[in-house]
Design a protein around this ligand. Structure first.
Ligand code: HC1
Ligand code: SF4
Length: 564
């Protein structure tokens, strides 16, 4: 086999695209700001340099490995080179680390520490630039940008949005929306994937921590929270638990300690969504094949994408509110009378893996008679902060159950957090045979997993239903192309904006592919051990439909007509 000599040791390789990955195989993680295996190679930061046997310095990310190549990763020259780059970056960078959103999570801070920088030889030349907090989901602080371009490539290559790009030349170069617009005025879909890859505090997810603490400390407020499916399999990572470990019981316990009055699981909302969405699917099937399928509606970044780039498909997107909004509406109704009696008001908080949910919650369509279905959205990362701030020893907590009366959810609801989950849940509801074997068969249709576009065909009565599942808006775009050209026909299409689904949302702890896969496996495991697999078997859902809140009001509370 082919091999390289790295620091005197033989390291075999075969399909590695670049030297950086071969070096990784040797157990060395080279420093880099601009390299992500899922993005194209940019080679801008030049931190990942290695020395060849003639003393030449080469960027390992953009150089393919050659057989019998000899390189060194640790030489005085490389050490000097990397230190100098770091110092230049620091001199051009706002260094208010202690008050930065990214404090403790910043790659520049980490590498400065790793290289033991105690001083910067260059004069501080950083330009103070205006912070753009126009968006409800994302904050841009260009003074902290190091021009690695990760956000630009993510937005363009993976999401096909292109809301931000490099502007100006030379020393004035910045990353910005075109014409220096505010982010909220662009076609940004709020997915936050730019923030997920930003190594510094230049792009971060907007925070609502202050608002939520204020509500918690206000005795006149009843703080009612719901926790999204994907949060439970990622939050524990920050406390040393393995990715994928379901810590929902500990999350509920921690939240009660933080002062949340009532805690629920968004999976109940997901169960409601499937009840409603499958009705629409059956109607679509009844009508017979048209050009467009029924598209799912739970991802607000996907909704924004359709609004800004594909208005022609808007009539075909399910009218279902997202699970978060459905449950939010139900909760506001549920506590209405009690609030009046007790002289308090309910504040509805949603703990989400997502940046876009913050913008979703603020949309006018979700504010009924001046009351928002969901008042504040906190990300998984924000909840982690709260837990750390108070000093709760998360790992030692005894798991707790959610509050009554919305205390049971089905496995169908939990898998929503992974790409393909909504489709699988919908299939469980519409197939005639609901035996364990039949449900297992759905599992093997090919709608689970990380493939970019997943297609399945399922017999239903005398018809065959064609389904497609995509995550990542670039993939959604590719699928739309073949739908619009008439090349392919589908009855049902699930779109999630984040590659891999909500488990990889921008509000989650930073993750690479292995963590994403483990989180996904964690959700499927929770489903496989859950006693109730189907939303229609959930007694809570049953009671809701029979009870006063939803009786004759499903349309008002569970559906939405976007004003676009
Ligand atoms: Fe999601 Fe959903 S799965 S959108 O990713 O449909 O955020 O987890 O809560 O609403 O249930 C997010 C996750 C989440 C909704 C559900
Ligand atoms: Fe949010 Fe999930 Fe959509 Fe990502 S896929 S934008 S986390 S709803």
């Amino acid at each position: 086999s082919k091999y390289m000599i790295i620091d005197g040791n033989r390291v075999d390789f075969d399909n590695e695209k670049n030297i950086l990955q071969v070096v990784k195989k040797a157990g060395i993680h080279l420093p880099t700001f601009c390299y992500y295996s899922d993005l194209s190679i940019y080679g801008a930061c030049r931190m990942c340099v290695v020395e060849d046997k003639w003393g030449g310095i080469i960027a390992s990310c953009s150089t393919p490995p050659r057989d019998k190549m000899e390189i060194k990763t640790n030489t005085p020259k490389l050490h000097q080179h990397r230190k100098m780059i770091l110092e230049l970056l620091l001199a051009a960078h706002c260094s208010d680390c202690t008050t930065c959103e990214k404090n403790g999570k910043c790659r520049l801070q980490e590498l400065a520490g790793r290289y033991g920088l105690t001083q910067v030889r260059f004069k501080d030349e950083h330009t103070v630039r205006e912070i753009d907090d126009s968006s409800k989901s994302i904050v841009r602080d260009p003074s902290k940008c190091i021009l690695c371009g990760d956000c630009v490539r993510m937005c363009q290559e993976v999401q096909n949005v292109g809301a931000i790009d490099f502007a100006h030349r030379g020393a004035n170069m910045i990353v910005s929306p075109a014409f220096n617009k505010k982010l909220a005025e662009t076609n940004c879909v709020n997915c936050g994937q730019c923030a997920a890859v930003c190594p510094t505090g230049a792009i971060t997810v907007a925070s609502n921590l202050k608002d939520v603490w204020k509500a918690i400390y206000d005795p006149k407020k009843r703080v009612v929270a719901q926790v999204a499916p994907a949060v439970r399999v990622a939050l524990g990572e920050e406390f040393g638990l393995n990715p994928g470990k379901n810590s929902i019981g500990r999350i509920f316990a921690a939240m009660r300690m933080l002062g949340f009055d009532i805690v629920f699981d968004t999976s109940i909302g997901a169960d409601l969504t499937i009840m409603e969405e499958t009705n629409e699917l059956l109607e679509t099937l009844e009508k017979g094949p048209g050009k467009y399928p029924l598209f799912t509606s739970c991802c607000p970044a996907w909704i924004r994408y359709a609004e800004t780039q594909h208005p022609e498909i808007l009539p075909y997107i399910s009218s279902c509110k997202s699970p978060m909004e459905m449950f939010g509406a139900v909760l506001k109704e549920y506590y209405k009378e009690q609030d009046e009696k007790e002289g308090v008001s309910t504040v509805s908080v949603a703990i989400m893996p997502c940046a876009a949910k913050k913008s979703e919650a603020a949309r006018e369509e979700f504010i009924r008679n001046d009351v928002a279905d969901v008042d504040y959205v906190l990300t998984t990362t924000e909840l982690i902060r709260m837990i750390k701030e108070i000093g709760i020893q998360f790992n030692n907590l005894e798991p707790q159950a959610p509050n009554m009366p919305f205390s049971i959810s089905s496995g169908s609801g939990v898998i929503f957090g992974a790409t393909g989950g909504v489709t699988e849940a919908a299939l469980r509801r519409v197939v005639a045979d609901k035996s364990p074997t039949s449900l297992k068969e759905i599992e093997y249709l090919g709608i689970r997993g990380f493939e970019s576009i997943k297609v399945a065909e399922v017999p239903l009565g005398d018809k065959v239903v064609r389904l497609a599942v995509v995550s990542g808006l670039g993939n959604a775009e590719k699928l739309l192309e073949v739908i619009e050209s008439g090349e392919e026909h589908f009855d049902f299409v699930e779109v999630m904006a984040c590659p891999g689904g909500c488990i990889a949302g921008a509000g989650q702890p930073f993750s690479h592919r292995p963590e994403k896969e483990q989180r996904t496996a964690g959700l499927y495991k929770s489903d496989s051990v859950s006693q109730i697999k189907l939303c229609e078997d959930n007694p809570v859902i049953h009671d809701l439909y029979e009870g006063p809140i939803l009786k004759d009001r499903t349309h008002e509370l569970l559906h939405v007509h976007y004003k676009h």
